[in-house]
Design a protein around this ligand. Structure first.
Ligand SMILES: [Mg+2]
Ligand SMILES: [Zn+2]
Length: 192
């Protein structure tokens, strides 16, 4: 039985690109990389850890954007990262609404399990970097070994303040941004 590779799953909005509270990144020109995001992905690449985007995009189900818009935004994300020498293997998106009760919308595990199946990943030895408790719940539900919270998205003060109380289960680690999270992950993997 193959044990598979360790990987790093990345939420998109608030981790790789600037999160727009109450809105969606509907077009490529609305996409802005968070400083340090490409550096973080590059560090994962250099550590031999494949990176996958795992993201809910309910704006599609709400009719605020089309599936084609989502494809264009995703291409822009890969291009922007690629220009900075950073590579994400693949993005997995849930376009559904909460009311659709699909199996892929986080906090459900569907997108992560699909990525693991398609890329022969060892989930227990893998990491999820996210900015919300929904990310953490999805990671735990899928059996991802380690969840790292970053402060570049929905909960910028979670390291020091009451925001942390929003998390029923404390994250395994809190990093200011993806660059710091990636450095922490790479060091842990190197230490075995
Ligand atoms: Mg997010
Ligand atoms: Zn879905």
């Amino acid at each position: 039985m193959s044990r598979g590779r360790s990987a790093v799953f990345l939420d998109r909005d608030g981790v790789l690109n600037v999160y727009l509270p109450g809105d969606y990144v509907k077009r490529p020109d609305e996409l802005r990389l968070i400083p340090g995001a490409a550096r973080g992905v590059r560090a994962l690449n250099e550590a031999g850890l494949p990176a996958f985007v795992i993201s809910n995009q309910q704006g599609v189900a709400k009719g605020l954007m089309t599936g084609d818009d989502l494809v264009r935004v995703d291409a822009a994300l890969h291009d922007a990262l690629g220009r900075l020498g950073a590579r994400v293997e693949r993005s997995y998106y849930c376009p559904h609404a909460a009311a659709d009760a699909c199996a892929c919308r986080k906090p459900k595990a569907g997108l992560i399990l699909q990525a693991a199946e398609e890329h022969d990943l060892d989930l227990a030895g893998s990491f999820f970097v996210g900015d919300t408790e929904t990310d953490q719940e999805a990671a735990r539900a899928a059996g991802v070994g380690t969840f790292v919270l970053v402060l570049t998205g929905k909960h910028p003060h979670a390291a020091a303040s009451d925001d942390r109380a929003l998390f029923a289960t404390p994250p395994d680690h809190v990093s200011p941004d993806l660059a710091a999270a990636a450095a922490w992950i790479a060091a842990r993997v190197a230490a075995g």
